[in-house]
Write a protein that binds this ligand. Structure first.
Ligand code: TXA
Ligand code: MG
Length: 347
């Protein structure tokens, strides 16, 4: 299949390309879309045949539901019912933005989108171009992250192109993703609300609106065979480079020393900028200052992908404290490591 590339810089100047992408979606095609979190692999979320093509392109297990991307909070009532007031409060505060809200679905949402669940995750992405495409198509876009299943999510056009060229109808190049990690997912169909996946909107921020929140166990540990994660996607090993990863958490001085004692020339080290000079002989990839969680989030997936261009056979990763955005970064690192974690604590 030939994949069309749309290079869209501005909604106003490139209206023709936006209309063309919207048309492909309305006609049942699959289009990779930029968002502020990661790129999505989109299809008309009301068209079961179209959505099926997403699973095929990605090689994704069909028991893993997709998020519906909408143009604004007014679309909520089109696809969800029994919507609690808190959903509108969250939307008001955090949309457009990196927050997915799980609500009871309406019958118009096909089973394949929700993997048969009675609920659906809905999100309004903060990306002008994608927002314009959704509005023009006037259908919600069902989209998982635009990576081959098991690979890190894609945060730039080049990575989407590498994974998806020839497998889908079109890719919209909308530049680099601002957040770099997938959206926070909160389930409002249970009481108290439950955090299913940490992301760009932090638990602390959610508590500001919702009060008490429970954090799903799959955020912190590996779910064993037979256990069901509340967000089905959380049970899979994800975002993984080819070489196995050991996450070393705790005081960064301690983790740096711990890693230094174990390196050889076949070792990859994902480290904070401050420690990059310590791992001579190994393949060290700095992913931001210890102080700068925002940069770490932005660079995490790209950095993990870089190891695949080297011949390292093992990777050690430093890990930030699990506060604010640090919870999401630590979660993605631990998932990439299959929860293989050494916790050194602090001195
Ligand atoms: O930032 C994002 O959320 C990106 C961009 C493209 O929007 N999308 C994304 O989609 O990360 P995906 O499919 O890679 O991850 C969606 C996660 C999966 O873990 C899935 O199990 C969970 O959301 N999920 C979707 N619908 C759900 C539902 N109704 N109940 C519980 N979990 C759900
Ligand atoms: Mg994904």
């Amino acid at each position: 299949m030939e994949t069309r590339i749309f290079r869209i810089n501005s909604v106003r100047e490139d209206a023709g390309q936006i209309a063309a992408a919207a048309k492909i979606l309305r006609c049942g095609g699959v289009v990779a879309i930029p968002t502020e979190t990661v790129y999505g692999l989109g299809a008309n979320g009301l068209d079961a045949e179209a959505v099926k093509k997403i699973f095929e392109a990605k090689g994704r297990p069909s028991d893993n539901p997709l998020i519906l991307h909408v143009a604004d909070e007014k679309w909520l009532t089109r696809f969800c019912e029994d919507i609690p007031e808190e959903a509108f409060e969250l939307a008001e505060r955090f949309w457009p933005g990196p927050l997915t809200i799980v609500l009871k679905r309406r019958a118009v949402v096909p089973d394949i989108v929700t993997a048969g669940l009675k609920t659906v995750g809905v999100r309004c992405p903060k990306h002008e171009i994608t927002n314009a495409v959704i509005r023009t198509a006037d259908v919600p876009i069902a989209a998982p992250s635009a990576n081959l299943s098991g690979k890190p999510s894609t945060t730039s056009f080049v990575h989407v192109f590498r994974d998806m060229n020839g497998r889908i109808d079109a890719i919209i190049d909308g530049g680099e993703c601002e957040v770099g990690l997938e959206s926070t997912i909160v389930d409002l169909t249970v009481n108290p609300p439950r955090l299913l996946r940490p992301g760009g909107v932090t638990v602390e921020e959610l508590r500001g609106v919702l009060g008490e929140i429970q954090i799903d166990e799959a955020v912190q540990r590996l779910m064993s065979e037979g256990e069901t994660a509340k967000a089905p996607g959380m049970k899979y090993r994800h975002y993984a480079p080819k070489a196995p990863i050991v996450v070393v958490s705790g005081d960064p001085e301690l983790s740096a020393k711990y890693i230094k004692r174990r390196i050889s020339e076949k070792t990859g080290v994902l480290c904070f900028d401050e420690f990059a000079g310590m791992f001579g002989g190994a393949v060290a990839i700095p992913f931001g200052s210890f102080e700068d969680l925002k940069i770490q989030a932005e660079r995490l997936f790209d950095s993990l992908r870089c190891f695949d261009d080297t011949d390292v056979t093992e990777i050690y990763a430093q890990c930030p404290p699990e506060e604010g955005l640090g919870l999401a970064i630590a979660n993605r690192l631990k998932k990439a490591a299959g929860f293989n974690v050494v916790d050194l604590g602090s001195e």
